[in-house]
Ligand binder design. Structure first.
Ligand SMILES: Cc1cc2nc3c(=O)[nH]c(=O)nc-3n(C[C@H](O)[C@H](O)[C@H](O)COP(=O)(O)OP(=O)(O)OC[C@H]3O[C@@H](n4cnc5c(N)ncnc54)[C@H](O)[C@@H]3O)c2cc1C
Length: 447
């Protein structure tokens, strides 16, 4: 035995790995339990050798992510950053218009919303930009005072007409996260407006999971280990985990960070006493809801769609397909030559995602392929189904009032059990990192 404090981190996504990093720096022995066979969680890409670069999903890093910017520097990953376009094409029943978040000219030309709404939208945006320091997309402690119970839709419809909101702001919220603007706090919309303009969008060349892998260096990894419960006996925390369906094994720790999605965290701590997890915290974890995500990708010929485009359905309805994102790739043909292609990711709307999640990839492709022309009428019939990725816990929904509740739960959090995850703030890797750092601080400050 080393005599050093031994900490279990349950969940090796962005939040858990961030917590692990700080705990290791504080001199702890850290063991990460991760149910999947690699780190990164929802930020983990898939890799297919047939395409060049071989990476898929590959989440966006935005230049205003402060924690991640610092990590990219620390890990010397600046050369791995690949800039991508921030242009959004908004569809009104298949009719597309480009809208760039940092170009007033594109707003002027944007014909899906009346001119008075475009002007009002510009002024609304400028008002949020003035409050940039307080309207934080990642830190609930800063943004909670603005979380007055209004939904993003309630708030947005007060700034511009219904048409204006449904074709200017709603597609930019729902095109990224797929949750309904009626169900989320106005803070989320306001913070997005405050921060989006003028920011650069990037991906890390080989996938964002590299950040989680670097964060976890120095920790002992238990991959493919699903934790089934946490118990407390005296000062000891007992973590029980099963490896790939084999007999569960129980290990003893001094304290623990639980960095799984909230409903899983609620189940894991069901057997812990009120002194370790308050009733408020339990209720908070149990009531967080998620919008699932289904990423369905195709290969199409280069030139058949705009490259590096983010094509989003406008309007208030839950569309058959929510969005498409196109990335240039090269594929080797039968003679071994590299041919330019586009890798197109598409995400169904909410009802279709819920209906399709858990089906076989064949069933999912069969359901999604006929929908492709609803979003891009000229979508090529020769598109080749390529890869599917499911995220049952896709996007935690920041319901009105949730930021205020997050802050209360953060205040009550105490050793030996700390929680981390993007459900405290917004479904972004940056928010997950921040929550991981906070959870580690709760444990290290306690001793
Ligand atoms: C389709 C999609 C696209 C996105 N795009 C972007 C983007 O472009 N930019 C951006 O910043 N964010 C994006 N996000 C959001 C981002 O992925 C998340 O906010 C972030 O990755 C959440 O990290 P986390 O650590 O809180 O949770 P997770 O990544 O969910 O990590 C939790 C981990 O816990 C593990 N786990 C669960 N149960 C157990 C158990 N019982 N035992 C052990 N381990 C367990 C899971 O396997 C997982 O690895 C996107 C999300 C989705 C779904």
């Amino acid at each position: 035995m080393s005599g050093r404090t031994r900490t279990a981190v349950i969940g090796g996504g962005m939040a858990g790995s961030a917590a692990a990093k700080k705990l290791i720096e504080a001199g702890r022995d850290v063991v990460i339990f991760e149910a999947a066979d690699g780190l990164g969680g929802r930020a983990r890409s898939w890799h297919r050798p047939e395409i060049e670069p071989d990476v898929g999903i590959n989440l966006m890093y935005v230049s205003f992510y402060q924690q991640m910017t610092a990590l990219i520097k620390e890990y010397g990953l600046e050369d791995e950053l690949v800039k991508i376009s921030s242009n959004v094409h908004i569809s009104d029943d298949g009719d597309h218009v480009a809208l760039s978040s940092d170009s007033p000219l594109s707003l002027l030309k944007y014909r899906h919303a009346p001119l008075r709404d475009r002007v009002a939208f510009l002024f609304t945006t400028l008002r949020q930009v003035r409050r940039k320091k307080e309207l934080d997309l990642f830190d609930p402690v800063k943004s909670a005072p603005f979380d007055d119970g209004q939904s993003a839709a309630d708030w947005g419809y007060r700034q511009v007409s219904r048409r204006g909101f449904d074709f200017l702001l709603r597609p930019q919220i729902e095109g990224f996260w797929n949750f309904a603007s009626e169900e989320i706090s106005a803070v989320h919309a306001r913070a997005l407006l405050a921060w989006m303009g003028g920011s650069g969008f990037y991906v890390l060349r080989n996938g964002m999971e590299v950040i989680a892998e670097k964060n976890a260096e120095g920790a002992e990894l238990r991959l493919s280990h699903e934790v089934t419960g946490v118990q407390q006996i005296g000062d000891e925390l007992l973590v029980t985990a099963a490896r790939d369906g084999s007999e569960p094994v129980t290990e003893s720790f001094d304290d623990v960070v639980i960095a799984t999605p909230a409903p899983i965290a609620a189940k894991l701590v069901a057997g812990l006493p009120g002194s370790a997890v308050t009733d408020d915290t339990r209720a908070f974890l149990e009531t967080q809801r998620y919008e699932p995500a289904l990423s369905v990708s195709y290969l199409v010929d280069a030139g058949s769609l705009p490259a590096e485009a983010h094509i989003v359905a406008g309007g208030a309805a839950d569309p058959p397909l929510r969005n498409m994102i196109t990335y240039p790739r090269q594929v080797r043909d039968e003679r071994g030559r590299l041919v330019d292609k586009l890798l197109v990711f598409t995400y169904p709307g909410r009802a279709n995602t819920r209906r399709l999640i858990g089906l076989t990839p064949q069933e999912q492709f069969a359901a999604v392929t006929p929908l492709l022309t609803t979003l891009w009428p000229g979508f090529p019939a020769t598109a080749e189904p390529f890869q599917i990725a499911e995220r049952p816990y896709g996007f935690p929904i920041p319901a009105p009032g949730r930021y205020r509740r997050s802050v209360e739960v953060l205040r009550q959090m105490n050793a030996p059990v700390a929680f981390a995850g993007d459900y405290f703030n917004s479904p972004t890797t940056e928010a997950a990192l921040l929550s991981g750092f906070r959870a580690a601080a709760v444990l290290t400050e306690a001793g």
